[in-house]
Design a protein around this ligand. Structure first.
Ligand code: SF4
Length: 370
């Protein structure tokens, strides 16, 4: 897959290169008040521990742009400032040492203002993300509502508008010799998102930030983001991703990691294989999987990292021992108890649920990177 990726120019956000051939990176956005430096840094550190590589913070006012200086001083990951409406906030955040900025072509204002931002970002050698969004397209790109239009046609027309809007902004930046550009074209509709990125990718070499915007709560966003982001990644399109969740940004990282693992862009650490359970299940497989997942997440939140390994949790003897044997660590239900496998070898006795859980807990720690 790595070789099948679209060739792009490369931008560097702090110490994270974005673009081919560098790995697709994971981004998120804090939902604390950026002026509250302590709370924002706490969230940034949690995101980092879970695997987030770049964090965006909203900068709604000049005070936030000033406060970002103290965030930059202590952050473990590069910070992108998210700016709407007022170009002066962008300039202030650049003075504060921000690693990159995101501007919205639909609302940043006149060309003169964009030029001022481009010059400041150019002098600081930081990238700009042009973030076009269907919710805030400039008037010239807004579409008239057409009655009885097919969903696909509407999506295609909207995608076209998003592409034109982003292209126009990139042209303005390039006109002022600013080339350090990354682009996103977000819509809350998955089909529009897919069509817009596909079209834009065929026209330019800008690295792309993928995301389905306002994707909803955990459940809905997992599905919409997996389809929208995953389908593009499987075409080799996309260099950095953000899953948008109405909820804790920590959830975004879990979904983003799983998307990257599912399309072969990351090795899972660990990959958890678990059966759906059925009438043959005689043990509490669901409880065991949930408990182990929560345990692994709690270790990651403490900053622990793991080597890639596979953990199989299976309900019975039909597929159970087969899958469990293939895994680095495996567990299969057997007549109300569990049997355990390590590197394919069956351990010589059976275990109660509690015994099996504590065995797995200590085995998991062996995959920890010290
Ligand atoms: S592994 Fe066994 S218990 Fe789990 S779904 Fe398959 S048949 Fe059912």
């Amino acid at each position: 897959m790595q070789n099948g990726r679209r060739k792009t120019r490369i931008v560097k956000i702090g110490n994270v290169p974005v673009g081919y051939p560098y790995p697709v990176s994971i981004q998120s956005m804090t939902n604390t008040d950026t002026k509250n430096v302590k709370a924002t840094l706490t969230q940034i550190k949690e995101l980092y521990h879970l695997g987030c590589q770049i964090v965006r913070v909203a900068l709604p006012d000049i005070e936030s742009a000033k406060a970002v200086k103290n965030i930059i001083a202590e952050t473990p990951v590069p910070i992108i400032g998210d700016i709407h409406f007022d170009y002066r906030i962008a300039i202030e955040s650049i003075k504060s040492g921000i690693h990159a900025i995101r501007i919205n072509p639909g609302n940043i204002g006149s060309e003169e203002k964009v030029k001022a931002v481009a010059e400041a970002a150019g002098a600081a050698s930081i990238p700009i993300r042009v973030g076009a969004n269907t919710g805030s397209l400039a008037r010239e790109f807004q579409l008239k509502k057409e009655e009885s239009e097919e969903k696909y046609d509407k999506a295609e027309r909207t995608a076209e508008s998003l592409v034109k809007s982003a292209l126009k902004q990139c042209e303005i930046l390039e006109k002022y010799s600013f080339k350090n550009i990354k682009v996103s074209l977000k819509a809350s509709d998955v089909l529009t998102t897919f069509l817009a990125y596909k079209k834009f990718a065929s026209l330019t070499d800008y690295p792309l930030h993928l995301g389905v915007t306002e994707a909803g709560t955990n459940f809905r966003s997992s599905i919409k983001s997996s389809i929208g982001i995953g389908s593009l990644l499987m075409l080799g399109i996309g260099d950095t991703i953000r899953v948008s969740v109405t909820g804790s940004p920590l959830e975004e990282i879990k979904i983003a990691q799983t998307i990257l693992e599912s399309v072969g862009q990351r090795e899972a650490a660990p990959e958890i294989i678990s059966c759906p359970t059925c009438a043959r299940t005689t043990t509490d497989i669901i409880g065991l999987v949930n408990k182990l997942e929560a345990y692994i997440e709690s270790l990651k939140l403490k900053g622990l990292k793991f080597k890639p390994f596979t953990l199989a949790i299976m309900g019975c003897a039909v597929n159970g021992p087969g899958e469990a044997k293939e895994a680095d660590l495996g567990i299969a239900g057997a007549s109300g108890k569990f049997v355990l496998f390590k590197k394919g070898k069956l351990l010589p006795r059976s275990y109660t649920g509690e015994e099996a859980y504590s065995m797995l807990e200590s085995e998991i720690k062996r995959y920890q990177i010290l």
